[in-house]
Design a protein around this ligand. Structure first.
Ligand SMILES: Cc1ncc(COP(=O)(O)O)c(C=O)c1O
Length: 452
């Protein structure tokens, strides 16, 4: 058997072109076989189909059809975020141009832990991270695998700046990765400030900051996972300044509003944070992973510095080779910045802003449909692109069962949230191509699921 061809090198395009054709055909065939937002039959049926196609994971002799077979199986068993009825999570349909750029990243395979593995990618990352940080009103940014890693890094920087006694103070709607990071980093138990209206209450925060011993790290959220609400950032920033508390803002969801002339104002106050989590695999239409942690004080990143002679020897650094190891806690690291840079340059701020405006508008329209429907109750007007609704008069068990039935039948992918103690369906609209009749179909699915 000939040696397996490589993805780069002089003949790579000849080898890759037919393989890409195979992949695209298999994606289409799998999507047709699925015929909806999710495979029908539930977890057991999907696992059986995967096991059947997979067979022996490591056979003695390989199968040249494996690419087609497994891609098709994965597509057939996918939750397709490009399907208008797939609307549960902050799980975006990626832009074609970003996915194409990501292929180039896979082929070139630069690794951003040393300049000699990623010369141009390193320069690109430095420029793009700074520019994105400036868009948020901060100085620099690190590329991460997403909101969770960004939040962890934010807490790590707070710990290194203020010591291991720094206590996290966050609202009840904060993402679970924040208290989890406090646990991981050995910080004191976080203080969770009640948020009965869904956002951090400035009066309750003021009380907490007045009574708790420091040092304190306040984590505000711009776009909560469950409801898409934005904490009152300017008031929170003012309180942090007054009490000498550090401020982190988790804008993993809401950060995308920065691209929109119409919605950017809602993020006023972001620039007052010490650190900001951004995540372009949510409201930025990037293939996973595309996280960032923006920092106001780049000097604080010095704590991430690491010397490993094979990657950033002192004499190489002194000779002018960039020292990249301190830009992450990871060592080998993909150039996720390439797809981000391609997207920013291809669409421009206006193009991205239009996508943001579209999903926000669709959410308002969906909320209006729910409100006008006598069989449903609306939780509240959407702030970003999340709409919570529930069948009027239904109990929580019914809401949970209907959602699972829709998943099992592969008819619609709705999320769930319990913002007020009651269980609601959650529709997170991240597909800018969704049309008004798709919204009506989404509501109809929930209605039919309820009336069975
Ligand atoms: C507000 C918020 N922060 C952080 C995260 C974690 O992001 P990731 O899943 O990219 O790690 C999420 C995920 O939904 C989120 O909604």
């Amino acid at each position: 058997m000939p040696t397996a061809p490589l993805a780069s090198g002089p003949r790579a395009a000849d080898v890759l072109r037919p393989l890409l054709g195979t992949v695209l055909d298999a994606l289409a065939a799998g999507g047709r076989a699925r015929g909806g937002p999710l495979p029908a039959g539930g977890p057991e049926a999907v696992a059986t189909r995967v096991a059947d196609v997979l067979g022996d994971v490591l056979p003695d002799h390989g199968d040249p059809d494996a690419l087609r077979a497994l891609v098709q199986t994965l597509a057939e068993g996918a939750a397709d975020p490009a399907d208008p009825l797939c609307a549960a999570h902050l799980h975006c349909p990626p832009l074609a141009v970003a996915a194409a750029a990501d292929l180039a990243a896979s082929i070139l395979n630069p690794s951003l832990d040393s300049w000699d593995q990623a010369p141009a990618a390193a320069a690109l990352e430095a420029a793009v991270t700074r520019a994105l940080a400036h868009t948020a009103g901060l100085a620099d940014a690190l590329v991460t695998t997403g909101g969770t890693e960004s939040n962890q890094l934010a807490l790590l920087l707070a710990r290194e700046a203020h010591g291991t006694g720094v206590r996290l103070v966050c609202g009840a709607g904060a993402h679970h990765s924040l208290p989890r990071a406090a646990w991981l980093l050995g910080l004191p138990d976080p203080v969770v400030v009640p948020a009965p209206s869904g956002v951090l209450d400035p009066a309750a925060l003021d009380k907490a900051l007045t009574t708790l011993p420091g040092p304190l790290l306040v984590a505000a959220t711009a776009g909560t996972t469950d409801t898409g609400l934005i904490d009152p950032l300017p008031e929170i920033a003012g309180l942090c300044a007054a009490h000498g508390a550090r401020l982190h803002i988790d804008a993993a969801y809401g950060g995308g509003l920065l691209f929109s002339d119409r919605h950017r104002e809602r993020l006023a106050g972001l620039e007052a944070a010490h650190t900001v989590t951004l995540d372009l695999h949510k409201l930025g239409w990037q293939p996973i992973a595309a996280g960032l942690l923006a920092v106001a004080r780049p000097a604080e990143l010095a704590v991430l510095h690491q010397r490993a002679d094979y990657l950033n020897a002192d004499d190489d650094t002194e000779a002018g080779f960039p020292d990249l190891l301190g830009r992450s806690l990871r060592t080998t690291r993909r150039p996720d910045v390439l797809k981000i840079a391609v997207t920013l340059r291809t669409l421009g701020r206006t193009g991205l802003g239009t996508l943001v405006d579209q999903v926000c508008a669709r959410a308002r329209e969906f909320a209006a449909l729910v409100e006008a429907h006598p069989g449903f109750e609306l939780y509240g007007r959407p702030v970003i692109s999340t709409v919570l609704f529930r069948p009027a008069g239904a109990d929580d068990d019914t809401v949970a069962a209907v959602r699972r039935r829709l998943l099992h039948e592969g008819r619609a992918v709705l999320g769930r949230a319990r913002p007020d103690g009651r269980l609601w369906f959650k529709a997170t609209l991240l597909n800018p191509h969704i049309r008004p009749d798709d919204l009506a179909r989404l509501l109809k699915s929930a209605e039919e699921g309820t009336s069975v």
